[in-house]
Write a protein that binds this ligand. Structure first.
Ligand SMILES: NC(=O)c1ccc[n+]([C@@H]2O[C@H](COP(=O)([O-])OP(=O)(O)OC[C@H]3O[C@@H](n4cnc5c(N)ncnc54)[C@H](OP(=O)(O)O)[C@@H]3O)[C@@H](O)[C@H]2O)c1
Length: 327
C-alpha cells in the first residue's frame, strides 16, 4: 500500500509517498481502507517536530480517517469486515490503509459521506468537549468564536448554534466571515479591519460574550478577555497564531471569569464514553440537518504537503481532507 512517510522533523514538503507492506491487525485492532483522512493543524505541527509529543521516526502522519474495515483482530467482536467507520488514530491516516485499536472506531451510517466522517473526531469532538463539558454553554448565552472559519472554529460556530447560543464569529477576512454566516453565525467581526473590543461592546450591549472559544491565541487574547461578560468562560483551545498569550490574573478576578483548558485527546482517552456520546450527538445533528460540516478541498495522497502548507498559511476554509487514489 501507499503511505506518506515523515523521515525527519522538517517542513511538510520533505514528506515522501512510498510503497510499504500491507497492514495486519493485532488481536484487538482493525485495519481499514482509508477513503478520506481529515487534515488538522496538529498534523503540520507534528511533521515539523513542534507538537506536544514527537512520534518515533519514521512515521506516517494523519490523525483521523474514515473508511471501510478490511480485517479485524481475533478478539474484536463488535465490528465486521465491510463496515463503514470513522476513527481517531493520532498518526497513520495519510495512507491507503490504517491499523487502529478497535475501541477507537465509530461505525457510521451509509448516508454519511466518508470525507465528512473523516473530519468529525478531532474538530467536532474538540468543539463539543469545549462547549458542553468545559463551558456548559447554555441556550441564550452569547458565544464568541475566534478563528471561526478554521476546522475547530467552524465546528464551534455550528455546534454553538445547535446548542441554542447566539454566535459571534470572528476571523481575518470577509470571505471567511461569509462562510461563518452561511453556517449559522448571527454576527461577524473581522479582526483584521475592525476594533474588536468596540465591536464586541456594541454587539452585546456592553455586556460582553459569555463564552469565548479561542483556537488562535496570540495578541487577540488579552483584549478579548477584557471584553468577556461577568462569570464568563474563556476556552483555551490552541495557538494557531503561533504565540501563547499571557494573561494578567487580575482579569479573571475582576470578571468573576474562568480560564478553561481544553485538551480533547486526553479527555477522549480518559472518558471514551463521554466522547462517544458527544460524537453521537454530532452525527445525529448532521442526520437531521441541524448542522452541515463543510469540506472545502480534497487533496490526493501525493499532495498531502500542499494540504498541510495551506493550513500553515491560513488558507483553509472549514476542513480539507486527503483522499487516496481511486477512493
Ligand atoms: N485543544 C485541543 O484539544 C485541540 C484539538 C484540535 C485542534 N487544536 C488546536 O486548535 C488550533 C486550530 O486547529 P485547526 O485544525 O482548526 O486549524 P485551522 O483549520 O488551520 O484553523 C486555525 C485558524 O487560526 C487562525 N490563524 C491565525 N493565525 C494563524 C497562523 N499564523 N497560521 C494559521 N492559522 C492562523 C486562522 O483563522 P484567521 O485567518 O481567520 O485568523 C485559521 O482559520 C490549532 O492550534 C490546533 O493545534 C486543539
Amino acid at each position: 500500500m501507499r503511505a506518506v512517510i515523515c523521515h525527519a522533523f522538517d517542513q511538510p514538503e520533505t514528506l515522501t509517498v512510498e510503497s510499504v507492506p500491507d497492514l495486519a491487525p493485532g488481536p484487538t485492532d482493525v485495519v481499514l481502507d482509508v477513503h478520506a483522512a481529515g487534515v488538522n493543524f496538529p498534523d503540520a505541527l507534528m511533521v515539523m517536530g513542534q507538537y506536544q509529543f514527537r512520534p518515533p521516526l519514521p512515521f506516517t502522519p494523519g490523525a483521523e480517517a474514515a473508511g471501510v474495515v478490511t480485517a479485524i483482530g481475533a478478539e474484536v467482536t463488535h465490528l465486521r469486515v465491510g463496515q463503514r467507520v470513522a476513527t481517531f488514530a493520532m498518526t497513520g491516516a495519510f495512507a491507503e490503509q490504517l491499523c487502529v485499536a478497535a475501541a477507537t472506531v465509530m461505525p457510521i451510517a451509509d448516508s454519511l459521506p466518508f470525507d465528512i466522517a473523516a473530519t468529525l473526531p478531532l474538530a467536532y469532538g474538540t468543539a463539543m468537549h469545549a462547549l458542553v463539558d468545559r463551558a456548559t454553554l447554555a441556550a441564550g448565552e452569547t458565544l464568541l468564536v475566534l478563528g471561526a472559519a478554521g476546522g475547530v472554529g467552524l465546528a464551534a460556530v455550528m455546534l454553538g448554534k445547535a446548542l441554542g447560543a447566539r454566535v459571534i464569529a470572528a476571523a481575518s477576512s470577509d470571505e471567511k466571515l461569509a462562510l461563518c454566516k452561511a453556517h449559522g453565525a448571527d454576527e461577524v467581526v473581522n479582526y483584521t479591519t475592525e476594533k474588536v473590543r468596540d465591536r464586541l461592546k456594541s454587539l452585546t450591549g456592553g455586556k460582553g460574550p459569555d463564552v469565548v472559544f479561542d483556537p488562535v491565541g496570540g495578541d487577540l487574547a488579552e483584549g478579548v478577555f477584557r471584553s468577556i461578560a461577568w462569570g464568563g468562560r474563556y476556552l483555551v483551545v490552541g495557538f494557531a497564531g503561533g504565540e501563547i498569550p499571557k494573561l494578567p490574573l487580575n482579569l479573571p478576578l475582576l470578571k468573576g471569569a474562568s480560564v478553561m483548558g481544553v485538551f480533547w485527546g486526553e479527555f477522549a482517552k480518559r472518558d471514551p464514553r463521554a466522547n462517544a456520546r458527544n460524537l453521537g450527538q454530532v452525527v445525529q445533528w448532521i442526520a437531521d440537518g441541524t448542522i452541515s460540516p463543510f469540506v472545502s478541498e480534497r487533496f490526493p495522497l501525493e499532495q498531502t504537503a500542499a494540504a498541510l502548507r495551506a493550513m500553515l498559511e491560513r488558507r483553509v476554509l472549514g476542513k480539507v481532507v486527503v483522499v487516496p487514489a481511486g477512493r
